[in-house]
Design a protein around this ligand. Structure first.
Ligand code: SF4
Ligand code: SF4
Length: 705
């Protein structure tokens, strides 16, 4: 692949920093200065000792600009150390943003190669690669964009209420939209089942009720919060900074305008009952809570009566006998609480169940058994709740396969196999509580964008560490509480605070700065195959019907470059990391070419440098925004230039900064390896690797091969 650099109208200025003189003994700066000076496109070379110091940066950049340099190549340390002073100095010198390229002569040369000759040769090659890249730089201006600072919160449970209050505290106008006409959601209905919050179950319930009352009062009295009750969300359109949310409340339809949306739709209990059941003796957790409340008003021995009354079909013989005054006949002497039937439940539901078990077992003649796959107690207060429930008499039965539940005339039969002993045990219960709950997202009752990625159990938050605690993959949409999974009460409150802070930080000023470096589609080339639209991990792509092509939202796009790598028509230009720039950086020779994701492998390599951990002097790193950005041409280009091995190194697949970039890279490598094998080349010359930014050992292991 022969490439010729474009003829530059303006010259390049080169800065070489010896890091306070510490690199002078490790690199031959005379040779480094001579290389660029010999090139026609280089106007001036400057050596300094502290390019990270603002005053020095301004002085050097200004002197280069004065000599007519409009592009810079900086041979120094990691860019993040001098990024800010450089940006300010370039602005002062009227150089356009984005017009600089870097050669890491410290972390990737001087600090990893003790041999001065080897280190200098590598530094020369890195500077040459940066000079080639600099020829393809394009200005990346930024512009400020006005955005709406209102927020719509969907859901009035504890997470929704806390989000609304915190956002109002931060000065935002909030529309709190709820299905019903009550606030508090699950916590309000099940407030008796939060005894892990205190050593005393009643004190915990009282405290929770007080907290709910004061939150309700605050919402109803705060002028910045508009509570729209008995409302259904009918449409969501727009993007971060300018969403339109269509709401119907009774006969009234309205459109709410907002810069951000908080999804706080909570937990629901709508699992289907097992076949052959339906007498009403199989209950949900809210049924049990209602029954306990009723029994409290009629006395503890009447719990049985209250239980049967909680379901209409149950008003049969058992209830009649209770009405006849034979309370003992209606008393549920045995209650089973069954968890994890529909998949493993998290701490939130386990806490509710253990709490309910503790209350039920407080009655001395009642047998209480909790059936579950595992007991989850990984939250403050839950271990002690578990012990209290056990010492009150509740038994825990662990299973691997969901138990069989059959309703019989005399009770409900549960047949389950014990995980540890393997014994199959059958037991009859007077009442069974099916305690599974899940995120309301599973009901698919919200008109959310198709591009909103789901997590386990249909939660609205995709399973990726970068989204924690409250981000969704869709910029401008935040997920809090049970909507993002089975989140425990205090987590839900923390999520709400985190979401409010994140929203405020992003749009509190009413405007955001947007860099003009999002991908651009050439409408002439686009064949509307929609590959980009389907693959964008952030839902930032839409069809522009006027242009008959796709287009990218400058606000929602996260600049991963995945779409540009995937477009089969090569219709997408990506100014932040263009094909020309990457291909220009390829260094001819039999070394190891590493395409390093800037979120993982690139910092890992630089950390290896900081730790002075040596690796091959022929390893050449090319920084890319995401491993998914590396397309076939880059790999084939490197092999064509003689690279002995090509590595694509990115994030761990489940922790990819852009959610799916590492997956795409792995699949691409698999395909290309097959192509190499067919062409008679050794497929092992190409490999993919995954790591976190601090995994220097993993980086070294992979580059050493
Ligand atoms: S660069 Fe990434 S986030 Fe932006 S439009 Fe392309 S795929 Fe989506
Ligand atoms: S992948 Fe390329 S050709 Fe297909 S819709 Fe997107 S820009 Fe157009």
């Amino acid at each position: 692949m022969k490439r010729t650099s474009p003829k530059l109208k303006s010259g390049i200025g080169v800065v070489l920093c010896d890091c306070g003189g510490t690199l002078a003994g490790r690199l031959d700066f005379k040779r480094l200065r001579d290389l660029p000076a010999e090139r026609e496109d280089v106007v001036l070379v400057k050596q300094c000792s502290g390019f990270c110091r603002s005053a020095e940066t301004v002085r050097i950049v200004q002197s280069l600009a004065d000599k007519g340099c409009r592009r810079l190549v900086v041979g120094a340390c990691r860019q993040d150390i001098y990024d800010l002073p450089l940006a300010e100095a370039m602005a002062k010198a009227r150089l356009k943003p984005g017009m600089s390229a870097a050669a890491l002569i410290r972390e990737q040369c001087a600090w990893v190669h003790p041999d001065r000759g080897e280190a200098t040769t590598k530094a020369l090659e890195l500077i040459a690669a940066a000079l080639r890249r600099a020829a393809y730089l394009a200005p990346i201006p930024s512009a400020s964009r006005k955005i709406n600072t209102n927020v719509v919160v969907l859901g009035g449970g504890i997470a929704g209420m806390h989000s609304a209050i915190r956002l109002a505290d931060l000065g935002h106008s909030v529309a709190l939209v709820t299905h019903g006409d009550e606030l508090g959601g699950c916590v309000s209905r099940l407030s008796d089942f939060y005894s892990y919050l205190d050593d005393d179950a009643d004190a915990a319930a009282d405290h929770l009720k007080q907290a709910l009352t004061s939150a309700r009062d605050r919402i109803q009295s705060d002028r910045r919060i508009r509570w729209i009750a008995r409302a259904a969300c009918q449409s969501i359109s727009g993007e971060a900074g300018c969403f339109s949310v269509g709401i119907r409340a009774g006969d009234r339809e309205q459109t709410l305008k907002a810069g951000a949306i908080v999804l706080a739709v909570g937990l629901i209990t709508d699992f289907p009952l097992p076949k052959g059941t339906g007498s009403g003796r199989i209950l949900s957790l809210p049924d049990l809570a209602d029954a306990l409340r009723r029994s409290a008003s009629v006395g503890a021995t009447r719990l049985g009566e209250a239980l049967w009354r909680s379901r209409e079909p149950a008003r049969t013989g058992v209830e009649r006998s209770a009405k006849e005054g034979d309370a003992n006949k209606s008393l549920p002497r045995s209650v089973a609480l069954v968890l994890d039937m529909q998949g493993e439940q998290g701490r939130a539901v386990h806490a509710l169940v253990l709490s309910a078990a503790e209350r039920l077992a407080a009655s001395p003649r009642r047998r209480v058994v909790v059936y579950c796959r595992h007991v989850r107690v990984a939250a403050w207060g839950m271990e002690s709740l578990y012990r209290r429930a056990r010492s009150a008499g509740a038994l825990i039965f662990r299973y691997d396969k969901p138990p069989r539940i059959t309703e019989q005339e005399r009770g409900i039969l549960i047949r389950a196999q014990d995980t540890q002993s393997g014994l199959v045990v059958e037991e009859n219960f007077d009442a069974v509580v099916l305690a599974d709950m899940r995120s309301a997202g599973g009901k698919e009752n919200l008109p959310l964008p198709r591009t909103l990625r789901r997590g386990p159990e249909n939660a609205f938050q995709a399973d990726n560490v970068w989204l924690l605690s409250s981000q969704s993959n869709q910029p401008g949409m935040y997920v809090v509480g049970a909507a993002r999974g089975n989140s425990e009460l205090r987590d839900a409150q923390n999520d709400a605070g985190a979401a409010a802070e994140a929203i405020h930080q992003w749009m509190g000023a009413g405007k955001v700065m947007v860099n003009r470096d999002a991908p651009v589609v050439d409408a002439e080339k686009c064949v509307l195959c929609l590959t980009c639209l389907r693959s964008c991990p952030h839902g930032a792509i839409a069809v522009d019907s006027k242009k008959e092509a796709t287009s990218m939202s400058a606000v929602a796009c996260r600049r991963c470059g995945l779409c540009a790598a995937l477009c089969p028509a090569r219709a997408i230009a990506f100014p932040r990391c263009s094909d020309d720039q990457v291909l220009a950086e390829l260094t001819p020779g039999p070394g190891v070419t590493v395409f390093a994701c800037e979120n993982s492998a690139w910092p890992a390599a630089n950390a290896a440098g900081a730790q002075r951990r040596e690796y091959g002097a022929k390893v050449r790193l090319i920084r890319v925004p995401c491993a998914g950005r590396v397309d076939e041409r880059y790999v084939l280009g490197a092999l064509e230039q003689g690279a002995g091995r090509v590595l694509i190194l990115g994030c761990h697949r489940e922790a990819c900064r852009y959610l799916v970039g590492a997956d795409h890279a792995a699949k691409r490598v698999e395909r290309l390896q097959a192509v190499l094998a067919k062409a008679g080349l050794d497929p092992a010359r190409l490999a993919v690797g995954h790591m976190a930014e601090f995994e220097t050992g993993r980086f070294l292991e992979l580059v050493k091969g």
